[in-house]
Every structure is written in structure tokens, then in C-alpha cells.
Design a protein around this ligand. Structure first.
Ligand SMILES: [Ca+2]
Ligand SMILES: [Ca+2]
Length: 404
């Protein structure tokens, strides 16, 4: 099959590429306010102050990890990765950091956005495994994508996690397959947390595609989630892909999941930049839809992947204040972006918030969706025709997507 056929683009087929909209109303189906969190709630004695929402973007090199602590003291760690498969530097940075904030080694929730080394580490060596087995962390509930039913490239890290999660040894993690909606994570009063999409967001089939010539990258299957407190809307999506691209050499492909997810996300104040600022993520449609005031980018120096890409940094800077944990790719001009090490967002009200001490105000601006198709006019090529929606960036992949 030729690349040309794989990348066929046409407005007649684009609308049929749109999956049906799931119900992702923030907080819908949440546990009753005040219910005990799986990990036991507040530890006390750390730097976190009761009544404050804190989101810590931990500077652990290219190894991504973000700690959320709610006003009630409930904790959620999103990813805990490593730079190398047998390394422990990520976990040895993340673990002490989390202990210093919480005052204990107990996490109510862990969310693994997808099974790449730099987000979860390698079982038996580092990452999440190291936190539990070497540092004594207790985890109330581990939410992860369905890595048994949705398999793209595969790879050693994914295979190791499949084996680990099927073994008795993983029971200490209390793993559970994530589902769309807000039923699995209860961060206490005032904060809603909802999973928006996962496992390819309905674009990719439930299948093991690892033996095909150019299977979907693991990034395509990332979990995307929204957090809301007051007017503050925060979006994170792991390494979710925003471009359809078939590798010329074969072996992998990316798919534009971002454009399909955009109508479920709406307006946000803060965006945790997907895929370390890769050119394959944060596409123009998604950014036009989100309109983030602040973008926070977790990246490591010397990553060898060109992260962050100049094109992505430019798109982010056009609308957002940009904070990075590291500079990353040395040739990328970060402009007004700030290399800040750990990047910490704090708010007690859900209106006024700070990022590393810089003040911002959250808002719920009036956004126009004239044709009711879920895309705001800024992201919609024709906001008067519901049948005309943004084309997948790079086209629709006839091999794996329902493009008819
Ligand atoms: Ca808002
Ligand atoms: Ca629209």
C-alpha cells in the first residue's frame, strides 16, 4: 500500500472519521463528596497546605511525572517515568519530591497515561515499579489504558507491563482499566476530574496491530483527562498524537487523535503540553479549541528527539505563557518561554492561581460554536455547517481508521 493511499484526505470522508461524542461532563458519576479516597486521603506534614490545589510538574529530565494534590489532600500522580530502561534516576527524583509535598509515601491515585518508558518506567527496574517496590509507596488505585485489547507498536516496555499487570506481583498497585468519565477518581469537594478519551478515542480499533507493517504508536492510545476547580480548567493528555504520519521506513505510524478529542475538551486555562513539545502533538486545531492561557511543558535536556520542536513552541507562544522544566532541544528558540525546573501551579479559589509564583486569573470565557458540532469557531473551518469539521492533520489512515 502506498503512502499516498494511506494519507488520502477529503472533506467527504472527514466527517465520517468523527467518533460519537462520549459523556464527559466534569464530575459526572463521581463518588459522593467526602467519600474516603482509595489511598486514605491526607498524610500531613509535607509542604502542601490544606485548602490548596497544587499541580507539581516535576523536573525529572525527559521522564514525565505530575503530582496533583487537591484542597482536601487527595493525591494523584500522573506518570512516573525513566530516561533509560534500566535507570532509576526518574523514580529517585519523583519519590523524594512526592514525599516532601505529601509528607508520606501514600498516593490515592496513579494515572499511567500510556506505556512508554519515559512515562511509566520498566517493571523490575525503575519508574512506577521502583516507587512501590523500592521506596515503599502505597497506591490506592492505578488507572491505566487497556493495554491488552489495544496494541499498536508494542515494544519491550509495553510487553513488560502486560506481563507485570497479569502477575500477582502487580496487585500492590491496585490496577484498574480506566474508563471515560468521572467515576473513578474522587479528589474531594470542589475538584472534578474526568477522563476524556483513551485507547485511540474510538479512532483506532480494539485489536493487536503489532504485526502489521506500520502499527499505531503507543502515544496514539494515551489517556486524556480534564481537571476543573472553580473556573480553572486543566488538560493533560500524555503523549497524545495530533498528526497522521506513516513512517517511511515502516514500523510505526501516528494518528491525529487530538482533532477528534478537541470537541470533548472545550476551553481550558492550563494545558500540560503533550509529548514533550513534539511536532506530532499540540496541533493547530487542538490549540485553537483549548485556547490555553498557560502551557506547561515537561522535557529533558539531551533527549535526542528534537523536543520541543520549534513549530510547536511557536504555536504555544502565540497564545500562552510557556513554562518548561528544561530547555530540551538546544537549537529550539524558546522565545518568551521560561525554563523553570519544577513548575508548580497553586490555587485556593479556582479563580486566582499562580505558576511558580506568577499570578494568573482563571476564566470561563464565552466561546462560540455556531453549528453545534463541538468545535469553537476558532477551530472550525465552517462554523455554520455541522458537517464540516476540521480535517485530521495529515489525513485519515485507511489501514486503521474508519475513513469511509
Ligand atoms: Ca476555565
Ligand atoms: Ca462549530
Amino acid at each position: 500500500m502506498t503512502r499516498m493511499r494511506l494519507l488520502l484526505v477529503g472533506s467527504s470522508l472527514l466527517a465520517s472519521c468523527m467518533p460519537a461524542l462520549p459523556d464527559v461532563s466534569p464530575g459526572g458519576g463521581q463518588a459522593a463528596p467526602g467519600a474516603e479516597a482509595p489511598g486514605g486521603g491526607v498524610c500531613g506534614g509535607g509542604s502542601w497546605q490544606p485548602g490548596w490545589l497544587e499541580i507539581h510538574h516535576i523536573d525529572a529530565g525527559q521522564a514525565t511525572s505530575t503530582l496533583v494534590v487537591s484542597p482536601a489532600g487527595r493525591s494523584l500522580l500522573v506518570d512516573a517515568g525513566e530516561t533509560t530502561w534500566d535507570g532509576t534516576e526518574g523514580a529517585e527524583t519523583i519519590g523524594p519530591y512526592v514525599r516532601a509535598v505529601l509528607g508520606c509515601a501514600r498516593l490515592d491515585y496513579v494515572l499511567a497515561t500510556h506505556f512508554h518508558l519515559d512515562h511509566v518506567g520498566f517493571p523490575g527496574y525503575g519508574g512506577l515499579w521502583h516507587l512501590v517496590e523500592r521506596q515503599g509507596f502505597a497506591i490506592g488505585l492505578l488507572l491505566h489504558r487497556d493495554l491488552f485489547r489495544y496494541v499498536g507498536v508494542g515494544g519491550a516496555t509495553l510487553a513488560a507491563w502486560q506481563a507485570y499487570l497479569q502477575s500477582d506481583a502487580s496487585h500492590v498497585l491496585h490496577p484498574q482499566v480506566a474508563v471515560v468519565g468521572g467515576s473513578q477518581v474522587d479528589l474531594g469537594p470542589g475538584v472534578a476530574f474526568a477522563i476524556v478519551a483513551l485507547d485511540g478515542a474510538g479512532v483506532l480499533p480494539a485489536a493487536d496491530l503489532s504485526n502489521s507493517p506500520a502499527p499505531p504508536d503507543e502515544n496514539d492510545y494515551s489517556i486524556a483527562a480534564l481537571l476543573r476547580m472553580g473556573r480553572l480548567d486543566y488538560f493533560m493528555a500524555g503523549d497524545l498524537s495530533g498528526e497522521t504520519l506513516i513512517s517511511e521506513q515502516g514500523g510505526y505510524s501516528y494518528h491525529d487523535i487530538e482533532t477528534r478529542v478537541a470537541p470533548w475538551v472545550k476551553d481550558v486555562d492550563v494545558y500540560r503540553v503533550s509529548h514533550h513539545g513534539s511536532s506530532h502533538a499540540s496541533n493547530p486545531t487542538l490549540l485553537a479549541q483549548l485556547g490555553p492561557r498557560v502551557a506547561i511543558l515537561q522535557v529533558g535536556d539531551g533527549n535526542g528527539n528534537g523536543h520541543p520542536a520549534q513549530s510547536t513552541v511557536d504555536r504555544l507562544l502565540a497564545r500562552s505563557a510557556l513554562y518548561l522544566t528544561d530547555h530540551g532541544e538546544a537549537t529550539t528558540d524558546l522565545g518568551a518561554g521560561r525554563v523553570a525546573g519544577h513548575v508548580v501551579l497553586r490555587t485556593a479559589t479556582g479563580v486566582d492561581y499562580t505558576v511558580n509564583g506568577d499570578p494568573f486569573a482563571a476564566s470561563d470565557p464565552v466561546r462560540v460554536d455556531g453549528d453545534g458540532d463541538g468545535y469553537f469557531k476558532e477551530a472550525d473551518p465552517d462554523d455554520c455547517a455541522a458537517g464540516v469539521v476540521p480535517a485530521p492533520n495529515g489525513g485519515c489512515d485507511l489501514d486503521y481508521e474508519a475513513c469511509r
